[in-house]
Ligand binder design. Sequence first.
Ligand code: URA
Length: 422
Amino acid sequence: MDAIDVIVTKRDGRELSREQIDWVIDAYTKGVVADEQMSALAMAILLNGMNRREIAEWTQAMIRSGSRMDWSALPGRTTDKHSTGGVGDKITLPLAPLVAACGGYVPQLSGRGLGHTGGTLDKLESIPGWRASLSNDEMLDVLGKAGAVICAAGDGLAPADKKLYALRDVTGTVEAIPLIASSIMSKKIAEGTGALVLDVKVGSGAFMKTVERARELATTMVELGTDAGVNTVALLTAMDRPLGCAVGNALEVTESVEVLAGGGPADVVELTVRLAREMLQAAGVSGKDPEEALKDGSAMDAWRRMIIAQGGDPDALLPRAAESMEITAPASGVLTRLDAYGVGLAAWRLGAGRERKEDPVSFGAGITLHAKPGDLVREGQPLMTLHADETSRFDRALAALEGAYAVAASGDEELLPLVIDR
Ligand code: URA
């Protein structure tokens, strides 16, 4: 077997055999297949696709490139959620402790942000003392104490994906549905969760811009999970406007704590509760109802236990950006447009995200939204506040927001429903 034979098979639109898939993933992980050869193969897959068997075998080969986690020592069932990423998507933060308060165990391996979408670990790292890197024993310990753990995936989990994802990022091959689905699902299956709810985002702020593409990705991932024995469900949810009113690391932690305290923006609460119910149902756990756990303080208790068990101080003041700037409504009327991508790009330029993997993020930077699409606003009323550590960042953020919001005398932009489909 050699790399050229595998590349040419896919380049010519033919199916890869199981032997070819197993060999190429193993050889790439070991450095026998070079980056330029894997890039050519990834491009051939993007252009010619893969069938269900090929995607399943590709995913299994990526899982076998590393170790699998095992939660059988826990006294209850595990259930997890994965979002394909969006702007203001802080749902994991209130969701994991909420599900724990209702009787599920949540082993959440999360990532950092790159580009205009934020990363769960960056958000939590704004809490003084909180640690993202845990050993397997530490993860079990936090799960035992809090019922939920949110941490970084160790190097041993699907290392083939780690290498391939970095390569796709710089070769224009991120968007291939077989590669996205196998990348996400190899990590989730190796993570060892018993049940999985996928939140596949749709709209300008998401990877998938159309409902059709999102549905194809969701279906592919549900099939992969189901075939691997993980009870998997997917929701398609809106990412044409930001989720909630906070975009940026510490700002999103604050909003998440508001939700856990029984408040918070309606869309964040609705999606958190819906996903919690789906996660509990997928795992077959029939404990307390999530709405009740938000009201009676048990979700907040689980959050505090989880943060403390990972070295964080849940009562600490969170970092704030030194500078702020208000954007006001240009006229009176209805806010008809608040584009997720524009807001995400602006928050990124304010310092909430990183340009290169090794860059630090500013914990206090981001955007507070004072109005959401459909709200009535008066001329001069604040629409949003920009936060940054240096005033020099405001100009580039303002450029990103050009055309991203609109106020009209009347009328409404067609917004996607928050939950589009299941
Ligand atoms: N997230 C992943 O983990 N992999 C992808 O390919 C895309 C998003």
